[in-house]
Design a protein around this ligand. Structure first.
Ligand SMILES: [Zn+2]
Length: 246
């Protein structure tokens, strides 16, 4: 059992039965590319990276905003009247701690409009300081009654945490520090067998639901008073269905 050089966690050497080997290899290749300072040539799915240069990417973003402006006069939940009201404040009905993955945007998955849901995102949907503080604001200042920690299928952060759990990797400091809180979930998934990436995602969601309630007195008090529920969810990329995680 090799030990990581940057923390006290001891890692298993072998892949568990049923482990998603392709996902792990892709994650490790991506991490190696990051560590080597080069861009990954290809995502795990086979989609090539964008061919836009930085200026073209910025122009595409701005074009999107111009379309958004043009749509304001159309009837619907995001119309001019609603946008004018939202300029004066917000009252979202739920908050989501989601992964930064481009395929798992909560507003899209839940068909939510402007002002509907308060979203905190990072790679791995982790209850870090920024996420906890953001959710405390949503609950204490905006009166949000529900927080969902939302993981998703084929999560790259979960795959990377699994790769790190398999063997020590030389990673940029921030990337390494970001992944370390996911190691307990990765190790739990490796112990339990089955699809290790999905197992890591599910364990990580459950651990972060618990972390929110343990580490935040604000959220814990709201939950104890019956004003807040903190739940876990799993988004399946194949079926596009979100299902609860107990
Ligand atoms: Zn993810």
């Amino acid at each position: 059992m090799p030990a990581c050089t940057c923390c006290t966690v001891t890692f298993p050497r072998r892949t568990a039965p049923g482990h998603s080997r392709r996902g792990l290899i892709a994650a490790m290749a991506g991490l190696a590319a990051v560590a080597g300072g080069i861009a990954p040539a290809r995502a795990a799915s086979g989609l090539p990276p964008t061919t836009l240069n930085p200026d073209q990417a910025l122009e595409r973003l701005m074009q999107g905003n111009r379309r958004f402006l043009a749509q304001a006069a159309q009837p619907g939940p995001g119309n001019l009247e609603r946008r004018a009201i939202l300029a004066t404040g917000q009252a979202p009905f739920a908050a989501v701690l989601g992964c930064a993955d481009s395929r798992a945007a909560p507003e899209v998955l839940f068909q939510a409009g402007l002002g509907d849901i308060f979203v905190a995102r990072n790679a791995g949907n982790l209850a870090d300081t920024g996420a906890i503080g953001s959710l405390e604001y949503a609950v204490a200042n905006l009166g949000v009654p529900l927080v969902m920690v939302l993981g998703h299928e084929h999560c790259g952060a979960a795959g990377a945490a699994l790769a790190l759990a398999q063997q020590p990797l030389a990673l940029p400091a921030h990337l390494r520090d970001m992944l370390l809180p996911m190691l307990p979930a990765a190790l739990a998934a490796l112990r339990s067998g089955g699809d290790a990436v999905e197992g890591t995602v599910r364990a990580n969601v459950a651990m972060n639901v618990n972390r929110l309630l343990v580490e935040s007195p604000v959220l814990a008090a709201a939950a104890a008073a019956g004003r807040l529920k903190v739940v876990g969810g799993y988004y399946d990329l194949d079926t596009q269905q979100v299902s609860p995680i107990a």
